[in-house]
Design a protein around this ligand. Structure first.
Ligand code: ZN
Length: 196
């Protein structure tokens, strides 16, 4: 049977924010087009920009825990890993009165101990399927092209709302892909389709 009308669902994910300049820029575009994304917040940055955390949630996006200080969790003891995750959780809970079950370890780096500790805190580890390398290129058109050429139905796309070029590239991709057969959804929406 044909599922042509279902479109291709893509989850854009923005890591390392909230950033006082670039996060509002991408939020404005997402709002304009009525699409949703997932923001993996660094606890320290959430603490500095609480109103942006609340705006992200108010506008229907999803948030994830990206630890408190963005350290390599593989270099930590169980206690250190626990603290990095739990501190970010505390900040989010305090600001937004809710928690998240999504954890993205900094750099995508994890091992068995990180997994066990994350699960103990009731988190699922979420990586990505498309790496735009936006942090490296720092060029909006290159970022747009990376998103557009690598994304397919079910993709989880890694971006950072720390750089103007990343946000501009994402905006260009959103505008062009929405004209095609694409839909932008949260990570949870992508994962909830697994096995169906
Ligand atoms: Zn990161």
């Amino acid at each position: 049977s044909s599922h042509m009308n279902d479109g291709n669902k893509i989850a854009l994910t923005f890591d390392d924010g909230p950033h006082p300049v670039y996060t509002p820029q991408i939020l404005d575009t997402l709002k304009e087009y009525g699409v949703h994304a997932t923001f993996f917040l660094i606890g320290e940055n959430a603490e500095r920009n609480p109103e942006l955390v609340r705006r992200i949630l108010r506008e229907g996006h999803e948030i994830g825990n990206h630890t408190y200080l963005h350290k390599n969790l593989k270099e930590h003891t169980s206690g250190g890993i626990y603290e990095e995750i739990a501190l970010a959780e505390e900040v989010i809970l305090r600001i937004a009165d809710q928690r998240t079950k999504l954890l993205r370890p900094p750099g995508g780096l994890y091992d068995k101990l990180v997994c066990e500790t994350a699960h103990r805190l009731d988190y699922d580890i979420i990586l990505w399927t498309v790496d735009t390398l936006d942090w490296k290129y720092r060029n909006a058109n290159t970022v747009r092209d990376a998103i557009m050429s690598k994304s397919k139905d079910g993709s989880i796309v890694l971006l950072h709302d720390l750089h103007g070029t990343s946000v501009d590239g994402a905006i260009k991709a959103i505008e062009q892909m929405l004209a095609g057969d694409y839909e932008f959804v949260t990570v949870t929406e992508i994962l909830s389709r697994d096995g169906t």
